[in-house]
Unconditional design. Structure first.
Lengths: 540, 299, 269
């Protein structure tokens, strides 16, 4: 009897201990990963670079949040919201009983204050500029401590989703931007070395069982620009995740520990090649004539083997691109578009139709000039260098001689935006938002970011005029169907004219250590820690 | 008479020192100006990566460009910089948005520690091996040392830095490994030559103690050159610190210099150049002065 | 010539021969992309395997040798000569010459030459032949790489100025120029040889680092420096030891140079 009792107690205590450790494993711990660069600012309104954006995501409280997994807009600090029919006004109903990390209470006045600061014309930040649809001031009306409406001078496309980027600041707190509403708060910053974020004790969110979020005690972000070192440290167990992984590291990791490497599928990012079409560029007129010819660009596009790019440079963790948007952007991608097939014979025929001819293995234009041009890209990106060398080899097959030059980034930007002293360039576009309105400045012919021929006083071609018109239509409509129609047509025109030769869409690759529980890598940034408040780290 | 001569000598010495200090100051200032000119003339000076963000409105891009235009005229920039330095303000970094003074003050200790330790290790190893080569004259030993220094010279600095991260050794060892082969070769050649001089060969044949020969005859003969080498090794170490700090993640001045170079951060670059010039000049002038002492003792 | 030096000469001769007959030893060339054989280990078709774009590594080592082995010693020679003139002459002349020369040397050591190199790249047209770009790179390296030796040479020459044999020669009436070239310069040989020997691998590696600025060899042309850069992916190199072959080869070549230089030293001592 006694023996059985003792045994039962022993078993029970072991069970309890086991359950207790399980429960303990559910909370606490420190998550460690790397920032690629030094964060330039901790002021959420001025944030521009990737590192600062990541810190803002973890510390800032927003009114609404785009769920990175479902891509749907979900309530955060706002319980409900309504966008007016004309797209100029949005009203929010806010949660009550919430305070900032230092205890200062949160109310609609803080939202009004944040918006006023954001729309200050002296503040030149991408977050604020995204709301600038027209001239005039933004008006905020505080109906009650939990109700606020904001009116803009002109309709803003995708107005509600833009608030995912706006972290609310406190108007009254003595700690200014260090008082936050997000799951974590800035605890320590060692310039050049690391950023330490600690759990926000006043965070309002609880999980379904009523437990306070976040589960983690702290997050340590080390500043490490070198990918090799980051990889070494991850393998050694000093880091818990790598937010975006290069494809060659992915394969090596997947070979040894497959459960650690995650491929979430095609991301929104693309890599593209474009030619200099600026009229006043200091390049020979013969080359200008080639680059401005649509058929020349289409031929080059056909002569590039995108499958090989995806297979060799990205080890199949990428797909040939069909157009400006990636198929991962489910709503906005024009599903009728397919990537151009590799056909160097068709390319050669198209060029011959333009007056080019192949002579002794060299392609020559109408006037007898050999087709030679240079492709520049930024040094330090092995991926772009390799793509350039593969393209060099592809174009050699149709008699075009390409020189590959890698330059440091500032020199590259100067050639691209100021001196226009380049012929062709390979760069990538990192898309953070799904809405095409964020790319307005790329497609408008009068804008600075219309890379192949910026700041045109009037559109120099008919198709660019049409794209301008369509972009304005989608910016001023509120009906998603109308907007999609307009932007679908923009995508079609871009594929017909190939001002950008879209090469590939990269997959979203990441690494998550087995110690981390609850991580679900997705394609929208931040890929691995979008649900940081629900992550736990075991075994510490 | 003796007193007058002594006073004259003292005055001449003061004048000489004043002359040296003036030359030093002038060189440092010239270094700052030249570095500013180099940075200004290089392409990519007045562009900002942020301009590429499509979310920015046209006005914002114009504002970004206008902000960079202030530093267009390099002479005006330098004059105003000198003015500010006189008041203790070293300017503000473009890329990091923090005052240069705080940045340098926070990071200098890390770099100084790294350099001091790295240089010490490199010199100890180089002298030990060079001495053994000169003393023992065994070709196997010489060949082995040559192999080691050749292998270290042929490894890219980035690889050495990565190895130090992989094997968890401190960055100072990486710096020592980079500097060691360079000073080893010079010191080995100098010592071997010194040991083959007639008066030392005779002394050794006569049976004079090795330590005595080394300290009183071999080394003093080449002391000025070794000291000059020591001065230059400081510059080598400073140069090596940049990739090592950047790769090993050490928050020192080298890492700052690399970021500043990539971002064309003029205030930071000018200040760092002036700092480096100062350190280089002090090291080399110090080496010169001590070398003079040895030389005057010889004759 | 002892055994080591015989081996050294044989090795250098072998390497030079192989580089010269590269088109016969590696008919596929350094640019041929075998897109089905990416990052392959050594095989009969590819003696040192292929790189990440399917190019034969053995061919790239051979062709890279041509460029690096020709240009790096030339640049090393240039920097040694400049060091001899600036450092040695200044030290020998002494006084204000020496002070000025050393101030210039110190400035040279401290300035951020990165920007000069970036400017040099900007001044070159984008469509230059890869050979032109690499020659310019090594020229610039030679013109900037003399500073280390200059200081040491200045100190050496200054010591020699007050050495007994120099005083005696002067007393006998030997002219300044003859004194410098025939009596002083040979005594600077230890430092000069060391400078030359060190500069070769340093310049080879620097050329690869300058690739970041658009200088150096242009793709698809290989150079030893770019081959050594493959080692930076340390994470994987452990399992792929054939990637160390360019490093081993460079070390052997550098050591052979040293062996032959030592012989030169012995001959003139």
């Amino acid at each position: 009897m006694k023996k059985a009792c003792a045994q039962a107690i022993a078993v029970a205590s072991i069970c309890i201990a086991f359950l207790a450790t399980l429960a303990m494993a559910q909370t606490g711990g420190e998550l460690r990963f790397c920032l690629r660069m030094e964060p330039k600012t901790f002021d959420p309104l001025k944030v521009e670079d990737e590192a600062s954006v990541q810190v803002r995501y973890l510390t800032g409280g927003t009114l609404v949040r785009i769920n990175r997994q479902t891509q749907e807009l979900a309530p955060e600090l706002a319980l409900a919201w309504k966008v007016s029919k004309d797209g100029r006004q949005i009203s929010f109903r806010l949660r009550s009983g919430i305070s900032f990390s230092d205890g200062t209470p949160f109310s609609a006045t803080d939202v009004a204050y944040t918006m006023q600061q954001l729309m200050d014309p002296a503040l030149h930040s991408p977050t604020g500029d995204a709301f600038r649809s027209g001239t005039g001031s933004v008006e905020t009306k505080i109906v009650s401590p939990t109700q606020i409406s904001i009116t803009f001078p002109a309709p803003v496309a995708g107005l509600d989703r833009l608030f995912d980027q706006v972290a609310i600041l406190s108007q009254h707190s003595p700690k200014r931007e260090l008082a936050v509403l997000g799951p974590f708060m800035l605890a320590d910053y060692k310039p050049g070395a690391s950023v330490l974020l600690k759990k926000n004790p006043n965070y309002w969110k609880t999980d379904e069982e009523g437990r306070k979020l976040p589960y983690l005690d702290s997050i340590r972000l080390d500043i490490q620009p070198n990918r090799d070192v980051e990889m070494l440290r991850f393998k050694r167990g000093e880091l818990d995740l790598i937010n975006s992984l290069d494809s060659e590291y992915f394969d090596k990791l997947a070979a040894t520990s497959p459960q650690v490497a995650h491929d979430a599928g095609p991301s929104l990012d693309s890599e593209q090649l474009w030619f200099n079409e600026v009229a006043r560029a200091p390049i020979p007129d013969s080359k200008k004539a080639w680059f401005r010819s649509t058929n020349f660009r289409l031929a080059i596009s056909d002569a590039i083997n995108r499958e090989d790019l995806s297979r060799i440079v990205f080890h199949r963790h990428a797909q040939p691109a069909a157009g400006p948007f990636s198929p991962a952007n489910k709503f906005w991608f024009n599903s009728k578009l397919t990537p151009p097939a590799y056909d160097s014979n068709a390319a050669l025929k198209m060029l011959q139709g333009e007056g080019f001819r192949l002579e002794n293995g060299t392609l020559k234009d109408k006037s007898g000039n050999a087709v030679v041009f240079s492709i520049i890209t930024n040094a330090g990106s092995k991926i772009r260098e390799r793509m350039a060398v593969l393209i060099q080899d592809d174009l050699q097959k149709i008699g075009i001689h390409v020189n590959v030059v890698t330059l440091d980034f500032p020199s590259l930007i100067e050639r691209m935006t100021q001196s226009f002293d380049y012929e062709a360039i390979i760069l990538g576009l990192t898309n953070v938002d799904l809405d095409p309105n964020g790319e307005m400045n790329v497609w408008l012919s009068s804008s600075e970011n219309h890379q192949w021929n910026p700041q045109q006083k009037t559109p120099e071609t008919a198709w660019e005029a049409e794209v301008d018109r369509l972009m304005r239509v989608q910016a001023s409509s509120v009906d998603p169907k109308k907007r999609k129609e307009a932007f679908d047509r923009v995508q079609e025109i871009v594929v017909e004219q190939e001002p950008f030769i879209f090469l590939i869409n990269k997959n979203s690759l990441s690494a998550v250590s087995t110690r981390v529980h609850g991580a679900v890598p997705v394609i929208l940034s931040p890929q691995t820690f979008w649900n940081a408040e629900r992550l736990t780290v075991a075994g510490q | 008479m003796m007193l007058k001569a002594k006073l004259l000598k003292a005055r001449m010495l003061k004048a000489k020192i004043a002359g040296h200090v003036l030359t030093l100051a002038a060189t440092v200032l010239l270094g700052g100006l030249l570095s500013a000119v180099l940075v200004r003339l290089a392409p990519g000076f007045d562009v900002d990566e942020r301009e590429l963000d499509p979310h920015l409105s046209a006005q914002s891009v114009q504002a970004l460009r206008a902000a960079r235009e202030q530093d267009q005229n390099i002479f005006r920039f330098y004059l105003s910089y000198m003015n500010r330095v006189a008041h203790g303000d070293l300017g503000k970094s473009f890329s990091l948005g923090q005052p240069v003074r705080t940045l340098l003050r926070d990071r200098a200790p890390t770099t100084l520690r790294l350099l001091a330790l790295g240089l010490a290790m490199a010199w100890v190893a180089a002298l030990a091996l060079a001495l053994s080569a000169a003393w023992l004259k065994a070709s196997i030993f010489d060949a082995a040392s040559t192999l080691l220094s050749a292998a270290l010279l042929c490894l890219p600095a980035a690889v050495l830095a990565l190895l130090s991260v992989l094997w968890n050794i401190s960055g100072s060892l990486a710096i020592a490994l980079i500097v060691f082969p360079r000073i080893y070769r010079y010191s080995r050649n100098l010592l071997t030559r010194s040991y083959s001089l007639p008066h030392i060969v005779t002394a050794r044949a006569k049976g004079l103690g090795e330590a005595r020969i080394l300290l009183w005859h071999a080394i003093p003969g080449i002391a000025p050159q070794l000291l000059a080498l020591a001065g230059v090794s400081v510059s080598m170490a400073v140069g090596a610190a940049i990739p090592v700090e950047a790769l090993c993640g050490l928050p020192g001045v080298g890492q700052l210099a690399w970021q500043a170079a990539l971002g064309r951060d003029l205030p930071l670059l000018v200040n760092i150049t002036i700092l480096v010039t100062l350190v280089t000049l002090l090291a080399n002038s110090g080496a010169d002065v001590i070398g003079q002492v040895f030389r005057s003792q010889e004759s | 010539m002892n055994l080591w030096q015989k081996l050294a000469s044989a090795l250098l001769a072998g390497v030079l021969c192989a580089a010269a007959t590269a088109s016969w030893l590696a008919p596929r060339g350094y640019a041929g992309q075998d897109r089905e054989a990416i990052s392959e280990p050594p095989s009969r078709a590819h003696w040192l395997g292929t790189d990440e774009l399917g190019r034969d590594r053995f061919a790239r080592v051979l062709y890279g040798t041509r460029i690096s082995l020709l240009l790096a010693p030339a640049a090393a020679l240039l920097s040694t000569l400049m060091a001899a003139v600036i450092g040695g002459l200044a030290g020998y002349l002494g006084g204000t010459w020496a002070r000025m020369a050393m101030a210039v040397t110190d400035l040279f050591l401290s300035l951020p030459w990165l920007f000069l190199l970036i400017t040099a790249r900007a001044l070159m047209p984008l469509n230059v032949s890869p050979l032109f770009s690499v020659v310019v790179t090594f020229l610039l390296l030679g013109l900037l790489g003399w500073t280390t030796a200059a200081r040491v040479l200045c100190a050496s020459a200054a010591s020699l100025r007050s050495a007994d044999f120099v005083r005696q020669a002067r007393a006998v009436g030997v002219s300044g120029q003859r004194l410098f070239w025939i009596h002083v310069l040979p005594n600077l040989k230890p430092v000069l040889f060391a400078q030359f020997w060190i500069s070769i691998p340093v310049f080879i590696l620097s050329e690869a680092n300058l690739g970041i600025l658009g200088l150096g060899v242009a793709e698809p042309m290989p150079s030893w420096g770019s081959l050594l850069k493959e080692l930076e992916g340390l994470v994987s190199v452990g399992e792929e030891p054939w990637k160390f072959v360019p490093l081993a080869l460079l070390v052997l070549v550098v050591m052979s140079f040293q062996s032959l230089l030592a012989r030169q030293e012995e001959m003139t001592a």
